[in-house]
Design a protein around this ligand. Sequence first.
Ligand code: BGC
Length: 377
Amino acid sequence: MFKRKLVALMLGTALAASMLTGCGSGSTSSSDQTETTEAAASSDSADTADSGDKKVGVSMPTKDLQRWNQDGDNMKKEFEAAGYEVDLQYASNDVQTQLSQVENMISGGCDVLVIAAIEGSSLGEALDMAKESNIPVIAYDRLLMDSDAVSYYATFDNYMVGTVQGTYVKDTLDLDNAEGPFNIEFTAGDPGDNNAGFFFNGAYDVLKPYIESGKLNVVSGQKTFDEVATPAWATETAQSRAENILSSNYADGTNIDVWLCSNDSTALGVENALAANYNGNYPIITGQDCDIENTKNMIAGKQSMSVFKDTRTLASQVVKMVGQILNGETVDVNDTDTYNNNVITVPSYLCEPVFADANNYKEILIDSGYYTEDQLK
Ligand code: BGC
């Protein structure tokens, strides 16, 4: 099944430019803020007939990570273009803030909620409120856990993100043929984010046979998700853990061949730690998101690959789903098995992630209008 998906993925890379929706990219301001906007004057797009007087609450986790700014900006733009009023809020990675922002969206008359949770299981009270008020909820990118008040989930194929990373390592080291052994370390994401386990497992499942056979050696011995997780996906936390691993296991000149990082913010921490604490051969480093700093590092040879998740594609999908929900139409989903939130299996739409490296970044990031060349200088 995953082979088929990977073929689709490679095709996806080639087709990326034509798949993209052409919306502009977002800002990267670092301070969290609230944006409530009036609907744009009604346009003639197909979904506008019923959307003019509807309000969508969009709750994003933080402005500190580049991607959420892009997600928020893209959704705001697209919802407004379709005639909706948008209440877009960022919660400074603070669970209580997000809870009260979502509650305010409900009392403020939002007709639909789109939520990317800081912590998947911490919004129960607000979700109960939404359910009582018959407000549909779309979990955005991260699954909302432990609640039956989640109507739909729109995300990228999270397990596939990990598979792409693991397969890259396997192919680059030619693990089936090379003699090895190779040294590897893992850095995963936030245990409060349901995605983090999918990313880690997707990568680990590809590499596990080689770890078991001894061709890949986890020198620190840290190879369970709990051991390698990074609370809040924080760059600084990933960096200090990497510094500890380097000083305890690699200070004697041992080379590290691979650092499997689940995303770009954690990869950045590992890259910082290596720059200051390691003199051996530079390892393969994986990432996810194609953040600007990491794309620059890919171009400079300090990060090997990333996984591009075009936030414009996800935003468009969510705008479409909201229109379908409010118009009482069948809602687009392509996965009804994978995402159980401990109470219900949430019908999901999974977009396809795309492999990115220094060889194809121009095509997928610049030619598609996601970044300008200047942003990557
Ligand atoms: C997202 C990743 C992101 C991470 C940290 C995850 O839920 O899917 O794209 O890198 O959160 O923000």
